[in-house]
Design a protein around this ligand. Sequence first.
Ligand code: PAF
Length: 280
Amino acid sequence: MKVVRTIQELRDQLRGQLRIAFVPTMGNLHDAHLALMAMAHKHGDPVVASIFVNRLQFGPNEDFDRYPRTLEEDIAKLQAQNKVYVLFAPDEREMYPEPQEFRVAPPSELGDILEGEFRPGFFVGVTTVVLKLFACVQPRVAVFGKKDYQQLMIVRNMCRQFALPTEILPHETVRDVDGLALSSRNRYLNAEERREAPRLFRVLTAVRERVRAGNHNLSGLEADAIAELTGAGWKVDYVSVRRQRDLKVPTAAEVEAGEPLVVLAAAKLGTTRLIDNLEI
Ligand code: PAF
């Protein structure tokens, strides 16, 4: 695997490649990232990964400074897995040599709800860096995990509306044996919080099972889920059942008619904010 730090070196390495499969990350790689690399490896050649902690997508009171940066370990994991051909690991001056004044704004109805409501500016930061990374790598396909369900949808819609030649491939959420979705932020959890954390998945599973069993009182189900999490010490941002296709709130008639749904949640355990979702 070649590790390149500049856009110029990256372009030199990739010149003429037409089947690039790309996995953008912020590093601190875990098994879910490696699963994305393996999927990329099945869908293209060469596989390019990036590691860049993107300041633009962090709010002023968020964890940009303490976000885990573990480049040496990440490189070792990718080398051991042997699926990635080029790792692009630019520093901030390389990605943002001047203030990034051009930004990509997702439509408010998709970018300002759920995660966007609680993390203002987050999706503008994501789409801006993803577009820029795509311009650097020029991938034919790119793999995104479904844990970041709204991010995946926004990136997909961005590619469609800008006619980008990159196909977005979703990867199922990878979970620990107790159900906790793998995330770099899990490493902020202390031992007690780590034992508590899978409750988020259990609560979402309960919502899904109750909807499947015919309970279509979605606001009641959401309220029960929030009450259970709050009772166990979580600070809940949202638990919300939405339409899969556009993340809008479904009408009662749509739920009755079997509209594909997804239940999404974000909540804080101590100082750690976790998100998860399940398709119904
Ligand atoms: O999902 C992430 O890790 C980030 O949002 C991404 C897509 C790498 C953009 O910084």
